[in-house]
Ligand binder design. Structure first.
Ligand code: PEP
Ligand code: MN
Length: 347
């Protein structure tokens, strides 16, 4: 941490800052410039925060040097992590060595639709099945998901196809029932800053897919991951799913640069959701290719056997040729960036 003194700060002001820092066991290194004095602090950052240094006379600014997150930071955990999803014996990795395709319907509608979507997903090379049972919809009049009945369908289809399943939890009170049925819990964009929910999934023993809030900075997103980790669950996969910008031709703007930015600062795996970012199926394959090229650890995409009748997000669901293009990209491109593909039997 660095304290910048204002140009008119006196020697007493500087001495007071030093004394306050030393009073909590820290060290203060004073560097006197022609115009300003700066003070470098070494010690426990949390105790420095309690000093409210910005309120002291003569202090112009206080800068943090280290990351505000600890458990998810690479500063203390330099190697990138792999998160394993699924029951022992059929665990699927998400991490730096592999490229993982997660696919499935936006929402679980019926057993038949979910099973068909799962077969589509698997034929494209997916090794994890997605499907929402609790749907966080913008409109209270829109289909809200089948709830627990949807969880049962998803779990049955996962068991029948051998695919671990990921599904969203929108309420802290549902974490136990969702964890009972799913291999991975998703926290959606609208709940990224629901700290009670983050703590609740942090206390469960299943991995978590944490989507980026659509208006969240990367630092806020990583602090949300820190909430989960701080409760004991370090099996967190981050998901870039687009952010809100002034551009109306896509639903959200996929922030592709977030992938390497996050990977440089956090050890957690990061995947991309091109379906929810774009909201348009014609962009899902190109954006998936971009995600592979930029070094993402996987993608999560919507597929539906009959997008026309989909109860949720039909326009972004892949079918037919787009799915073949996706399968081809997922089989061929990861090898070019030094990864094993999800579709590779050795992966
Ligand atoms: C979803 O994946 O079903 C979903 C609602 O995504 P997001 O939270 O990114 O909108
Ligand atoms: Mn959706």
């Amino acid at each position: 941490m660095v304290v910048v003194m204002s140009p008119d700060a006196t020697a007493e002001d500087v001495a007071h800052v030093v004394a306050r820092v030393e009073s909590v066991g820290g060290e203060a290194f004073v560097s006197t410039g022609v115009v300003r004095t700066i003070i470098g602090l070494v010690g426990d950052i949390d105790s420095f925060h309690h000093l409210n240094l910005r309120t002291l006379r003569g202090v112009a600014d206080v800068h943090r040097i280290s990351d505000p997150y600890k458990l998810v930071s690479r500063q203390h955990h330099p190697d990138r992590s792999t998160v394993w999803v699924g029951a022992p014996g059929r665990q699927v990795p998400i991490g730096p060595e592999t490229f993982t395709l997660i696919a499935g319907p936006c929402a679980v509608e019926t057993a038949e639709q979910t099973l068909e979507a799962a077969h589509m997903a698997r034929s494209a090379g997916a090794t994890i099945l997605r499907g929402g049972a609790f749907k966080p919809r913008t409109s209270p009049y829109a289909f809200q998901g089948l709830g627990v009945a949807g969880l049962t369908i998803l779990a049955d289809v996962g068991a029948a196809t051998g695919l671990p399943v990921v599904t969203e939890v929108v309420d802290a009170r549902d974490v136990a029932v969702v964890a009972e049925h799913a291999d991975m819990l998703q926290v959606g964009t609208r709940n990224m800053a629901n700290f009670g929910l983050l703590q609740a999934v942090g206390e469960c023993d299943k991995p978590v897919l944490l989507k980026r809030g659509m208006t969240a900075t990367i630092e806020e997103w990583l602090m949300a991951a820190e909430y989960i980790a701080q409760r004991g669950n370090l099996d967190v996969v981050l998901c870039e799913r687009g952010i809100r910008t002034f551009e109306p031709s896509t639903r959200n703007t996929l922030d592709i640069s977030a992938v390497p930015v996050v990977q440089a600062t956090s050890h957690l795996p990061v995947v991309v959701d091109p379906s929810h970012a774009a909201g348009r199926k014609d962009l899902v394959v190109p954006l998936s290719r971009a995600a592979i090229a930029v070094g993402a650890d996987g993608v999560i995409v919507d597929v539906h056997p009959d997008p026309e009748t989909a109860l949720c997000d039909g326009p972004q669901a892949l079918l037919g040729t787009e799915l073949r293009d996706l399968a081809q990209a997922v089989r061929r491109l990861p090898g070019m960036v030094g990864r094993r593909s999800a579709a590779d039997p050795a992966g």
